[in-house]
Design a protein around this ligand. Structure first.
Ligand code: F6R
Length: 240
């Protein structure tokens, strides 16, 4: 594991640089991407590197970790919209290179199987960006999810619904289900970049990186990944 501890801004920049270097080495890189508050600053750095002519996304393909079930793509809280707003609209990635699971597909089970196939068909994810939930979830893989899981329909836990309510008008509007890459899908990535910021992530970061490897803390599986890069700010690193 490569562990970087710094200010939140340093983490954003270092993480973005890692991605820029990955794309320089392999212009048709397949990126796995995350939503949530944590990677926003890192995405802003990527946009800046693009504007400065340091990187092009014209051959890059992306697969997002997850998407809510049952809200339209255009909904301001959809992960599709989040990615457009925070990254895609400001870089040169072709629209047909972008993939998120379709939470409005008529057959959600089929959509999950198709998503796995699309990832495999792209050659697999070269670099996966991750945040971490307070309960240790990665993607929407909540505690108890088997390490062998692949893309699937998941029921969100109460703690995740509460945490995500900040993006919605109120908690009742948070979807109860999502489609998420599985833990196995995530672990198959060539390289993983895990980001965590803030004192509220200190406990779970300690458990994930230094505690027992158990499905009760889904992110603990990352200890088994041969190419894990962790970027934590000082507050989130306080208990390491
Ligand atoms: C997002 C995702 C989630 C978040 C996690 C942390 O696509 O899959 O696992 O990474 O919930 O969210 P933030 O960054 O908002 O604390």
């Amino acid at each position: 594991m490569h562990l970087f501890i710094g200010t939140a801004e340093d983490c954003d920049k270092k993480g973005a640089l890692e991605i820029v270097n990955q794309i320089k080495n392999k212009p048709d890189t397949v990126l796995g991407l995350a939503t949530g508050s944590t990677p926003i600053g890192m995405y802003q750095n990527l946009v800046q590197f693009y504007r400065d002519g340091k990187v092009s996304f014209s051959q890059v393909r992306t697969f997002n970790l997850d998407e809510y079930v049952g809200i339209p793509r255009e909904h301001p809280c959809s992960y599709y919209d989040f990615m457009q707003e925070n990254l895609f609209k400001d870089i040169d990635i072709p629209a047909d290179h972008i993939s998120l699971p379709d939470g409005n597909a008529p057959d959600l089970k089929q959509e999950c199987a198709d998503y796995e196939e699309r990832i495999a068909g792209s050659g697999g994810i070269d670099l996966q960006v991750l945040g971490i939930g307070h309960n240790g979830h990665i993607g929407f893989n909540e505690p108890g999810t088997p390490f062998e899981s692949v893309t699937q329909l998941v029921n969100l836990t109460q703690s995740t619904i509460q945490a995500n309510a900040r993006f919605f008008e109120n908690q009742d509007q948070v979807p109860r289900q999502a489609l998420s890459m599985g833990i196995k899908t995530i672990m198959q990535a060539g390289k993983i970049l895990l980001f965590a910021k803030g004192a509220d992530k200190a406990d779970i970061i300690q458990k994930a990186l230094q505690g027992p490897i158990t499905p009760e803390v889904p992110a603990s599986v990352l200890q088994l990944h041969p190419n894990l890069y962790v970027f934590v700010d000082h507050a989130a690193a306080a208990k390491l």
